[in-house]
Design a binder for this molecule. Structure first.
Ligand code: HEM
Length: 409
């Protein structure tokens, strides 16, 4: 990669800055690139790096060739570079017909009605969080807001009691930050599993009006009306919690930072709130919190002139797709008015994000509340990024704000 090489299998590689220059070069010169194994590569294996938008779409919409539910000959599998052992046991590590069955089941809970009920509650919570912001002195926006609002939203939807929410979020955060794979991360996951079993038992004996109850009691029509096993339910819980709480939090932190970094765009949005819809999509494109997915090649094929072999690992980089100059006119310009915006920040194909609508709602409610109450936002101190190159976002965003006066609101 002529001096631009970055070890993409090093989980800490993107701690500070996403290596856009590397991907610009790859898109131009080597769009389906073989990444040799490095000391950081899980199991010492190399992998394919797919960087162009159209090729990534092709991979994501062709699960019979590039599935999510197998590791090939490996004992593990998954959509991250390192193997997990959950193939076929959880939604995002399954393919049709099982994937369709599971997705239909969980969709029963994620309804438009459930979202509409959430909006007022989220606004009240957003305002309460803003009330607690100190004025004129630095505080961490991620802890004070970006982490809290999505956490509350997914917990309300799942039916996690208020008193358990912070502990659970801490565990998931620690698991994600641990360098892969190590005993520390495994211990956190075990603790989350214990909690998941307890709450599933509770929903079974005391049904409530929440998604977890719906999933616990749902019958799989395609599979003789059986219910999900405890193991399947635990896996669902473990998927939904970080999928809901971690991704949106990352979009909030990095999104607000992008607005502060582009004051002209920030003013434009504040002056014309009809731009909120396009701004949220641009934040998704620009920040792309979920930056890559792994698939496995199931048969020897020629793909864009490269010979892929059965069992090869293949990684598609949505962050790179979202900066592809073949698709976006000016991909390195942050434009809150950009519309339509065909980014793939929520993925594409059968595994496209299950609840992009919830993520959009949280961002809409949260940003609107912030803009309504706060006159100025400034960063004050050093940013800190989460050391994880699969889910990328800010760990710390030090901010100084001035509230609006009564006459300004
Ligand atoms: C900014 C916020 C979010 C981003 C950037 C995001 C991104 C993504 C992406 C890229 C995928 C595709 C995974 C793949 O191809 O393997 C995905 C899937 C998924 N997302 Fe999200 N997501 C967000 C918010 C949410 C929320 C709020 C939920 C609520 C529970 C959620 C639940 C899921 C689930 C369950 C899947 C797996 C779907 C399947 O395999 O069929 N996501 N998300």
């Amino acid at each position: 990669m002529s001096g631009r090489a970055v070890d993409l299998s090093n989980n800490l590689a993107f701690g500070e800055v996403f290596p856009h220059a590397t991907f610009d070069w790859l898109r131009e010169h080597d769009p389906v690139h073989w990444h040799e194994p490095t000391p950081k590569s899980p199991d010492g294996e190399g992998f394919w790096v797919v960087s162009r938008y159209d090729d990534i779409m092709e991979v994501l919409r062709t699960p019979d060739v590039f599935p999510s539910n197998t590791g090939g000959e490996r004992t593990g599998d998954g959509t991250t570079l390192k193997d997990e052992r959950v193939a076929g046991k959880v939604l995002n590590y399954s393919d049709d017909p099982q994937h369709r069955t599971l997705r239909q089941l969980v969709n029963k809970g994620f309804t438009t009605r459930a979202l509409a009920q959430l909006e007022d509650d989220l606004l009240i919570r957003a305002n309460a969080l803003i009330d607690a912001f100190p004025e004129g002195v630095a505080f961490d926006f991620v802890q004070a807001f970006a982490r809290e609002l999505p956490l509350q939203a997914i917990c309300i939807i799942l039916g996690v009691p208020q008193e358990d929410r912070t502990r659970l979020c801490n565990l998931i955060e620690l698991g994600l930050e641990a360098d892969s794979p190590n005993m520390v991360a495994i211990e956190y996951i075990k603790e989350i599993q214990v909690y998941a079993r307890e709450i599933i038992a509770e929903k079974r004996s005391h049904p409530a009006d929440d998604i977890l109850t719906t999933i616990v009691h749902a019958e799989l029509a395609d599979e003789g009306d059986r219910r999900l096993t405890d193991e399947e339910l635990v896996n669902f819980f473990i998927l939904l919690f970080p999928a809901g709480a971690e991704t949106t939090r990352k979009a909030f932190g990095a999104g607000l930072r992008s607005l502060i970094e582009h004051p002209d765009q920030f003013s434009k949005l504040r002056e014309d709130r009809t731009l909120m819809r396009s701004a949220i999509e641009e934040i998704k494109r620009w920040t792309t919190p979920s930056i890559y997915k792994r698939r496995i090649v199931t048969r020897d094929i020629d793909f864009r002139g490269r010979s892929l072999k059965e069992g090869d690992k293949l990684i598609v980089w949505e962050m790179s797709a979202n900066r592809d100059e073949r698709v976006f006119e000016d991909p390195f310009t942050f434009d809150v008015a950009c519309w339509p915006n065909c980014h793939i920040g929520f993925g594409f194909g059968p595994h496209i994000c299950l609840d992009a609508a919830l993520a959009r709602l949280e961002l809409k409610v949260g940003l609107a509340a912030l803009f309504k109450r706060i006159a100025t936002f400034e960063t004050d101190g050093s940013l800190q990024w989460v050391p994880n190159n699969r889910l990328r976002g800010l760990k710390r965003l030090p901010l100084r704000i001035i509230f609006k006066g009564l006459m300004d609101e």
